[in-house]
Structures are given as C-alpha cells and as structure tokens.
Design a binder for this molecule. Structure first.
Ligand code: NDP
Length: 262
C-alpha cells in the first residue's frame, strides 16, 4: 500500500492509523506532530508509524495525504503547504468541498472527499468517497468498504445520516434511564438495552430483508411494539426528524455559485 500521511491526529486520524495497521499489508504512516500524546503513543505502538517535525514533512514523506483537522483549524494546518501533483489528498473535513480545498492548497493533486467513521479502527466502516478514485477506494476497502458516489452533494446526504449517530446512542440512554426510574438496577438496564440493540445489529447483517420488512417482523399488529411506534414515533415525530435532516443538509450544501434566489 502507498505511504500515508495524516495531518490532524485526533479521533479520526487515530482510528485510521489503527485500522491501517491491522490490514494485510500495513503501510508506512507519517503523522503531524500536534496532539503529541496521541501521535507518539501510535508511533510507540506501531513500528511503521512515525511522527514528523511539521505538516510539510508529512506531505513530503507520503503518497496519500489525509487531512483530518477540524474545518476551523484549516488555516493554521494548511496554509503554505506544498503538495505536488502526483500525490493524492483525502479530504475528511465535514462540509469542506474539494474545490475550496484545492483553491486553498493551490495544488493539482487529486483530491478525494471521504467520510471515515470511528469504526475504521476495526476495519468495519463503510466509507463514502467522492469522486471515485481507485487508490483511495482500495484503501477504504481494506478498512471495511468504500462507497464511491458521483457528487459531493450526494456525499453530503450520507454526511447528514452520520449526524444521527449520537442521537441514536441518546435514544438508548433515555430508554435505559427510564427503566432505572422504574426500579431496575443501572447494570441490568444497561445490559438489557445493549442486548436489544446488539440483536438489531445482528438482524441487519441479513441483507435478504429490507429495513421495512425487518421493522414489520418485530411488530405484532396492535401489539406493544405497534403501540410505542404509533404513539411516540408518530407522524409529527417523523416529520420533525425529516425537517432536522433537511435543514442540516441545506447547511452542508451552500447555494451553487452563480444561481439567484427569486
Ligand atoms: N469524528 C467523526 O466521527 C468524524 C469526523 N470527521 C471530520 O474529521 C475531522 C477530524 O475530526 P475528529 O478527528 O473528530 O477531530 P479531533 O478534534 O479529534 O482531531 C483533530 C486533530 O487535529 C489537530 N490539529 C489542530 N490543528 C492542527 C494543525 N495546525 N496541524 C496539525 N494538526 C492539527 C488537533 O489537535 P488539538 O487537539 O491539539 O487541537 C486534533 O488532534 C473533522 O474535520 C471532522 O469534520 C469526518 C467524519 C467523521
């Protein structure tokens, strides 16, 4: 595999390094020096991982450069970097379009946007990429799978879906807390709620049924699942979720340049 540089060694940077070192042919990985405790811990853990003196050195050592800083840190992380045309840049910054990053970097290198999720650390995440790029697709295939999409507008729809994750965990904590309020021990409630959702995870592995079919199989007409779905996840609740996703997507996709609002 090509040598990989990572500028921004936070949650996603660390997950990428960990997953890559678990692949059949772990690549050499070059890390930016900021967040020194994490970078040096990764370097101590994996022989093929090194910490560089600065971000330019990361670029110079790498064939593929992953930019995984927060969007608000772009100026400090990227200004002045020189990236030659034969390299490939993977842009994981949420809401940052490839064209805008190209202007900032003044580079002719290929730039591919991607949404790696924390589960890349276990090589178990599907990573959406745009545009499709053989080398980048192959890299994410080794980390659980790549899903190339034709446009960044399409990628933003996937990005909006990822924004539901913490809410889904909160749903679990809310139901577990309710059970505790009814007298269950925290341990029993936690264990049972985890078990319920691990069961959902296993059922989802079966791709021979649609999501609608799986939902229907867990519901007896007029039974207790039907009751909660129709009294709580009613049309108003579904509408509120849909509106929140619409608004998020609009904020991720600024109006096209040259269009007018009238
Ligand atoms: N978390 C997620 O699930 C996902 C995140 N993303 C995107 O990935 C990017 C990273 O997210 P995440 O890993 O969660 O964020 P983190 O804040 O955990 O990591 C960002 C890292 O970048 C470092 N950094 C800041 N400035 C510089 C600089 N000048 N040079 C080098 N490194 C710098 C930060 O150091 P310090 O802490 O010292 O500031 C931090 O370690 C974001 O753009 C986010 O939108 C995309 C998909 C999913």
């Amino acid at each position: 595999m090509a040598s990989i540089g990572i500028i921004g060694v936070g949650e996603i940077g660390r997950a990428l390094v960990t997953g890559l070192q678990d692949t059949n042919s772990p690549p050499h990985v070059w890390l930016s020096p900021r967040n020194a405790p994490t970078a040096s811990a990764l370097s101590a853990q994996f022989e093929a991982v090194r910490v560089c003196a600065d971000n330019q050195e990361v670029v110079d050592h790498s064939q593929i450069v992953v930019i995984s800083v927060r969007p608000s840190d772009q100026d400090a992380a990227l200004d002045g970097l020189r990236i030659s045309r034969e390299k490939t840049v993977i842009n994981v910054m949420a809401g940052v379009f490839n064209d805008d990053l190209r202007r900032r970097l003044s580079t002719e290198a290929a730039i591919v946007r991607a949404i790696p999720l924390p589960a890349v650390s276990q090589c178990q995440a599907i990573t959406v990429v745009s545009p499709s790029h053989p080398q980048v697709n192959e890299l994410f295939d080794q980390l659980g799978g790549s899903l190339p999409v034709a446009s960044e507008d399409e990628l933003n729809v996937f990005s909006a879906l990822t924004a539901t994750l913490s809410t889904q965990y909160r749903y679990l904590t809310t139901t577990a807390a309710w059970a505790v309020s009814q007298g269950l021990s925290t341990e029993a409630a936690d264990r049972y709620v985890r078990g319920l959702f691990q069961g959902i995870g296993r059922a989802l592995e079966d791709r021979s049924h649609t999501l609608d079919e799986l939902a229907a199989r867990h519901e007896t007409p007029n039974g207790i699942n039907h009751r909660i779905r129709t009294t709580w996840f009613d049309e108003a609740n579904v509408g509120a979720l849909t509106s929140a996703l619409d608004e998020l997507l609009a904020s991720l996709s600024p109006p096209k340049r040259g269009t007018t609002c009238d």
